[in-house]
Design a protein around this ligand. Structure first.
Ligand code: MG
Ligand code: MG
Length: 265
């Protein structure tokens, strides 16, 4: 069941998502060679709680194993999504996707950004750039009267025309009082197919794109998803509200990119 949100509810969603954007900017300040992903998690959790919110990911249930133990997902290099922060030390040339969720005033925020650690190879930088472009191309199709397939097609077409893989097994989602609501929002699809988009629908769009083959495997921890061929993957995510015109992007990369300056992809 898809819940359409009122204007007031969308403003509450915006507050939760702005906090995600600010939290990711705090993380951005620390992403450099020598930092552990656990340190990134600690800063994110403190920042979220200091601003009166709850990190939605912490304790998130896993039907096949233990609940998620941290406040952010940190997915390094060949890890696609749901990487668990730990003692892994980031090194020059790595990339790390940081996914963050908050819950505040009854509504969720959800957004992700893939960061470069030091100097990253040009082919991997291009993967990040194209994935981020694909997110915004998807958002351009998140318009009242279009269909979910239009979003998926736009993302898939942009990434596959650059010879990248589009992960199928994990998808975007509706968002509101729950982090994961209907509908599912695939990063692939057919134009003109799927659920019709309506004003008041709020969805998280999150392309997960691979440098090589799109096949993925789940690590034994029951959370971490990585590419089978161990080539890099990128992940960018925004929460958006469908309006009468262009989608209203409720999360933001503005604070992150202020921190990154001319190093932003
Ligand atoms: Mg997310
Ligand atoms: Mg999400």
């Amino acid at each position: 069941m898809i819940f359409l949100k009122t204007k007031d509810e969308i403003e509450l969603l915006r507050q939760s998502n702005l906090l995600v954007g600010r939290t990711l900017a705090e993380v951005a300040k620390l992403v450099k060679p020598g930092v552990t992903t656990k340190e990134l998690d600690k800063v994110a959790e403190e920042y979220i709680r200091d601003h009166g919110a709850i990190p939605t990911f912490k304790g998130f249930p896993n039907p096949n194993g233990s609940p998620f133990p941290a406040s952010i997902c940190t997915s390094v290099n060949e890890q696609v999504v749901h990487g668990i922060p730990g003692d892994v030390v980031l090194k020059d040339g790595d990339i790390v996707s940081v996914d963050c969720g908050t819950y505040m005033n009854g509504f969720c925020g959800d957004s992700a950004y893939t960061f470069c650690v030091g100097e990253v190879d040009e082919d991997v930088r291009k993967l990040l750039k194209v994935t981020k472009e694909a997110l915004y191309i998807g958002i351009r199709n998140a318009v009242h009267g279009k269909r979910l397939g239009d979003i998926g097609y736009a993302i898939q077409n942009h990434c596959e025309s650059n010879s990248y893989g589009v992960v199928r097994e994990f998808v975007g989602h509706g968002i509101g009082k729950e982090m994961h609501e209907d509908p599912q929002v695939p990063n692939y699809g057919k134009r003109g197919y799927g659920t019709m988009l309506k004003e008041g629908m709020c969805i998280a769009i999150e392309p997960m794109i691979t440098l090589g083959n799109r096949a993925i495997v789940m690590e034994r921890d029951g959370w971490t998803v990585r590419t089978k061929d161990r080539k890099c993957a990128a992940h960018f995510e925004h929460t958006v509200a469908i309006g009468s015109g262009d989608a209203d992007i409720l999360s933001t990369f503005e604070f992150i990119e202020e921190v990154l300056g001319d190093k932003a992809i």
